[in-house]
Design a protein around this ligand. Structure first.
Ligand code: GDP
Ligand code: MG
Length: 438
């Protein structure tokens, strides 16, 4: 997949900008690659359309090739598709929190139960593991061994009792002994069957778990997606644990699962050992699916370097006193693309330390209003704000749907900023001279 994509993007390299043809041909190959990586067809289609829509006509950042620009968009959209932010485990309002693990046989439920217990134990919690798999021979024993190793209590009632009764009794035990959380290891089957689903539904109804986590095996690719789809239709699944991502599993399943079920993947199993489970990070997974770690870090660097170039340019303008509202508008665009204005200011030598800049913290809606005000100015006004008199201020306020006060404030801010930054950028500073005698 990585090679394929790299090929594709290499083809785009050196072209002037992202036109429809470039983007379309690149995405045709992306589509093939994603399908090869076992991403669900519907997901691929939706994904490709979304990226296309976003990519065509988009400005290519100065230091990026069009190909890199597309990679950037693809990577961002992949991350987005997997939920964007990392999704934490929910805990109950009043303890104990109850986590019920479900999934097919061999997906890694029992192992993940142990891994979860270990993580809670590390945080100073005293979990209780409940052995509710009464079908698989040695399932209870397996959990007991894990419990011993972790020094965590395991509740079991043998294999002759109803799982619902076992779970209820386990919960009672946890409440009595103040154990928290309760982690329930349930039975699986080789395939989805109605009897199992009914049993799991009954358990859910009886104890109302804080989270029901579906454990899926990444190695099973597209099957994992079908399993996830099926389970989430019949049970109230709150999130997923994807196991065996340490193998050469094609990350494609992670992408599809999130999209098909709408439920977040919360953990990634990275090996058989109990310390080998990590929080699931959509951005890292996206990079993995793309298989382009190197290219992505290159893009990051390039992005940083263009910031520096623009900052230098900005510094020069400030020094020459030619900084205008046009530049300001340009800066606003950059700010939107890059994050907090304070970061941008941090790139101007000396400016990062200025206390006054802390007052310039702007939020998005303020940015919108400022942009509206500047957009309502004539080009001449933007270059030379001194010409903006009272009636022009009223006209600008009307045109931008803001108030005269806001226009005044911006003009004042602009003037102050300019003055301040001019000082900071060195013009007002004293130069050292070798001829100064004591
Ligand atoms: P269960 O039937 O769902 O309870 O599955 P188990 O927890 O018994 O796991 C089945 C097999 O998968 C065992 O051999 C585990 O060691 C293995 N396993 C579970 N999670 C992972 C993982 O993240 N990576 C790898 N490589 N193996 C795993
Ligand atoms: Mg098991």
């Amino acid at each position: 997949l990585a090679e394929k994509l790299q090929d594709t993007f290499a083809k785009l390299k050196g072209k002037g900008k992202l036109n429809e043809k470039d983007v379309k041909s690149a995405l045709r190959e992306v589509k093939m690659s994603l399908l090869e990586a076992d991403v669900n067809y519907k997901v691929v289609k939706k994904f490709v359309n979304k990226v296309e829509e976003r990519a065509i006509g988009q400005e290519v950042m100065d230091s990026l090739t069009p190909g890199q620009q597309v990679i950037k968009i693809v990577n961002e959209e992949l991350t987005d598709l997997m939920g964007g932010e990392r999704s934490e485990l929910t805990s109950a309002d009043s303890p104990p929190s109850i986590y019920m693990l479900v999934g097919l046989q061999g997906s890694g439920k029992t192992t993940s139960t142990g891994k979860l217990a270990r993580q809670f134990k590390e945080k100073g919690k005293e979990p209780l593991l409940v052995a509710a798999d009464v079908y698989r021979p040695a399932a209870i024993k397996q959990l007991q061994v894990l419990g011993e190793r972790l020094d965590v209590e395991v509740f079991q009632m043998g294999d002759q009792n109803d799982p619902v009764d076992i779970v209820k009794a386990g919960l009672a035990r946890a409440e009595k002994e103040k154990l928290d959380p309760v982690i329930i290891d349930t039975a699986g089957r080789l395939h989805i069957d109605e009897e199992l689903m009914q049993e799991l539904q009954d358990i859910q109804e009886a104890i109302n778990p804080t989270e029901t986590l579906l454990v899926v095996d990444a190695m099973t690719g597209q099957d994992a997606v079908n399993v996830a789809d099926n389970f989430s239709e019949k049970l109230d699944i709150s999130g997923m644990i994807m196991t065996k991502l340490d193998g050469d599993a094609r990350g494609g399943a992670a992408l599809s699962i999130r999209e098909v079920t709408g439920k977040p993947i919360k953990f990634a199993g990275m090996g058989e050992k109990l310390d080998q489970m990590e929080p699931f990070h959509p951005d890292r997974m996206a990079s993995r699916i793309l298989g382009m770690g190197d290219v992505l870090s290159l893009i990051e660097k390039a992005e940083k370097s263009i910031d520096k170039e623009k900052a230098k340019d900005l510094e020069r303008k400030l020094r020459e006193d030619s900084f205008t509202f046009e530049d300001f508008l340009d800066q606003l665009d950059q700010v939107r693309n890059m994050g907090p204005i304070s970061d941008l200011m941090g790139m101007i030598p000396g400016a990062g330390k200025a206390k006054q800049l802390k007052n310039m913290q702007l939020d998005d809606s303020e940015l919108d209003r400022i942009e509206a005000i500047i957009s309502s100015m004539t080009p001449e006004e933007r270059r030379n704000p001194k010409v903006i008199n009272g009636s022009r201020r009223r006209r600008i306020a009307n045109g931008s749907g803001t108030s005269i006060q806001e226009v005044n404030r911006l003009l004042k801010q602009f003037k102050q900023t300019k003055k301040m930054m001019k000082q900071l950028s060195g013009k007002g500073g004293k130069k050292k001279s070798g001829f100064n005698l004591p």
